[in-house]
Design a protein around this ligand. Structure first.
Ligand code: A2P
Length: 256
């Protein structure tokens, strides 16, 4: 059996000149945990060209969804950005990744801190009823340069009205979008907002504390490095499958 499956694109949404998302059919045999990623791509000159993409869709959803940047000279994204409904994309059979609730110790609050396409794995997690069973609050912080890059902001705002799990989300999911290069209701880098404590005071939550708070990070290497230093400074220990901890980390993948 090939390690790749074919999926048919069902919709494409262009958020900005540099950001788009798409949905595709899901092979019934494709299983994953919310927060994981898979290899996604196109066949080019008879060969698969693949990159890691986190699933935006939750693991119970019928279709797959992915969020991608468009890099002008990027080997994959410069082509992937032109896909249309009906086109075929390739999906690796094996999903993997560290942004799993099981890799975290039990706690009161789950912080999902993502920049750019680092939002993607958190979209599947905020649609996971288990997150609201495990945690009293789920705090999604998305940092972008511009407001237009705050993908899914209406979807997120509308989750409390979801017919299946809206009630679980109400009052538990806190969404904090922030931008760095134009005016908006929240501005500043996530690292600065955590360091100064503005994030917590704005949300009416206590300062970050390893006893009660759990953190998932997904963003650029620089963002991850800065937040790691801040978290480790507060005594947070990174978790893994073999030993759950206070926080987990994944790079927001697609760079070409
Ligand atoms: P900034 O505009 O100050 O660079 P990018 O599109 O470059 O990946 O950036 C996405 C968002 O992440 C931007 O708001 C950017 O802020 C922010 N960012 C960049 N570097 C860091 C960092 N080291 N820590 C936290 N946020 C960062």
């Amino acid at each position: 059996m090939s390690n790749l499956m074919k999926a048919t694109v069902t919709s494409v949404h262009h958020w900005t000149d540099t950001l788009f998302s798409f949905t595709a059919t899901r092979d019934p045999s494709f299983r994953f945990l919310n927060g994981q990623f898979a290899m996604i791509g196109l066949e080019l000159n008879g060969k698969p060209l693949l990159r890691a993409y986190s699933m935006v869709s939750a693991n119970y959803e019928e279709q797959l969804e992915f969020l991608s940047i468009k890099v002008p000279d990027g080997a994959l994204t410069s082509r992937l950005k032109d896909i249309q409904p009906g086109d075929t994309v390739l999906v690796g059979r094996k999903a993997t990744g560290t942004l799993l609730q099981d890799n975290l110790l039990p706690g009161k609050r789950l912080y999902l801190l993502g920049t750019g396409t680092g939002l993607a794995p958190f979209m599947s997690i905020i649609k996971d009823p288990e997150a609201y069973e495990r945690f009293e609050k789920v705090v999604l912080v998305h940092g972008c340069r511009e407001v237009a890059e705050l993908a899914y902001k209406d979807v997120i705002a509308d989750l409390p009205n979801n017919e299946f799990f809206g009630e679980m989300v109400q009052g538990k999911l806190l969404y904090y979008p922030t931008v760095t290069r134009e005016a908006f209701r929240n501005t500043g880098r996530i690292s600065t907002l955590v360091e100064t404590g503005k994030l917590f005071s704005d949300l009416g939550l206590p300062p970050l504390d390893k006893e009660h708070d759990r953190v998932m990070l997904c963003g650029s290497p620089a963002m991850l490095a800065d937040l790691r230093v801040i978290l480790e400074g507060k005594g947070f220990v990174e978790g893994s499958q073999s030993e759950p901890g206070h926080y987990v980390v994944e790079k927001a993948f697609v760079e070409q």
